[in-house]
Design a protein around this ligand. Structure first.
Ligand SMILES: [Zn+2]
Ligand SMILES: [Zn+2]
Ligand SMILES: [Zn+2]
Length: 325
């Protein structure tokens, strides 16, 4: 036996094991003892979750073809690859290759908001520290964990050929699922504590873009909009409406997309279609400035309004058309 063959095996940490290890560490740190992690644990929870995202996406690319992990695929070189001496594709690039080339089953948008927000949170943490509450950080990581656990279950575990590796991955997953459950239980508990504030406002409560919980109450424009669970601030109703559709007025008008639909009740250009706590499975036309809800958009005056039966027309437009005859 040569010297190299006697190297301890512990140093061999394949991408999948490594990614799952980051993930296990992340859920442990984020859930803490009884859902109360210390600030330092929370910090490492976020850093390790971001590392888990990057490592696991790339592990799946690597299982298909190691060259896909490279920023420039055609430059792939096996020796440099093994030495880790290359620039790898970023998270959006990895997601695009996973869907276009590997054709994974999970549907993950390369611009997926929760992933972008996690990356932003990580950057804030590393460079500036942060002021968010514990529950804010926990709540915002749940959509990412959800997505990642789904991806591992559908697109990674079934493709692990080696029995030993599959067994160890499954063991790591048991730990991850248990930690993840603690975390979601804790956040669900915090949501329950908010029920007093959210009760009877289901029709005007939207799901937060950061934590995905129905905790943004469109309260009629008295205050800037804030997520009651994670504290994410959205500014005025109009700002929030643009944020929810992932654009801003300036860009939209520049690109010829125009303004948001006008509200037939308060006149603000702040009406978009989004699910509410009352009907989470379908979109409702709602004004983010005043909280009024509507059946649709009138094709004639472009205002959000209740429509005349079987016509895409509001009552005013219908009446004025009738008056012409
Ligand atoms: Zn939130
Ligand atoms: Zn309005
Ligand atoms: Zn009309």
């Amino acid at each position: 036996m040569s010297d190299t063959e006697q190297q301890p095996e512990d140093f061999h940490f394949p991408a999948l094991t490594n990614g799952l290890d980051y993930l296990a560490s992340a859920v442990d740190s984020l859930s803490g003892e009884n859902g109360q992690p210390k600030p330092r644990d929370l910090k490492y929870g976020v850093l390790h979750l971001q590392a888990a995202v990057e490592t696991l996406l790339k592990a799946r690319l690597e299982m298909h073809d190691p060259a896909l992990v490279w920023w420039t695929i055609k430059d792939y070189d096996e020796r440099k690859h093994e030495a880790g001496d290359f620039k790898s594709c970023g998270v959006p690039g990895a997601l695009k290759r996973l869907s276009d080339t590997v054709k994974i089953e999970s549907v993950i948008d390369p611009e997926e908001a929760s992933l972008t927000e996690l990356a932003n949170l990580r950057n804030r943490l590393t460079h500036f520290g942060w002021k968010d509450t514990v529950v804010a950080v926990q709540a915002r990581t749940i959509p990412v964990l959800d997505l990642l656990v789904g991806f591992i279950n559908t697109d990674i575990l079934p493709h692990v050929d080696q029995a030993e590796e599959a067994l160890s991955a499954e063991r790591q997953m048991e730990q991850i699922r248990a930690g993840f459950k603690h975390l979601t239980d804790f956040v669900a508990h915090r949501m329950e504590a908010l029920q007093g504030e959210l009760a009877r406002r289901e029709h005007t409560t939207a799901a937060c873009r950061s934590c995905r919980q129905f905790a943004v109450v469109l309260d009629g424009g008295a205050n800037d909009l804030t997520c009651l669970l994670c504290g994410r601030q959205y500014g005025t109703g109009e700002d929030a409406a643009w944020e929810f559709i992932g654009s801003c007025r300036h860009v939209s008008i520049q690109d010829g997309g125009g303004d948001l639909n006008a509200c037939g009740s308060c006149g603000s250009n702040a009406v978009i279609a989004t699910p509410t706590a009352h009907s989470p499975e379908r979109d409702t036309w709602i004004c983010f400035a005043c909280g009024a809800t509507f059946e649709g958009i009138c094709e004639f005056c472009d205002q959000a309004a209740d429509l005349v039966a079987d016509m895409d027309m509001c009552r005013d437009c219908y009446a004025s058309r009738l008056a012409k005859f």
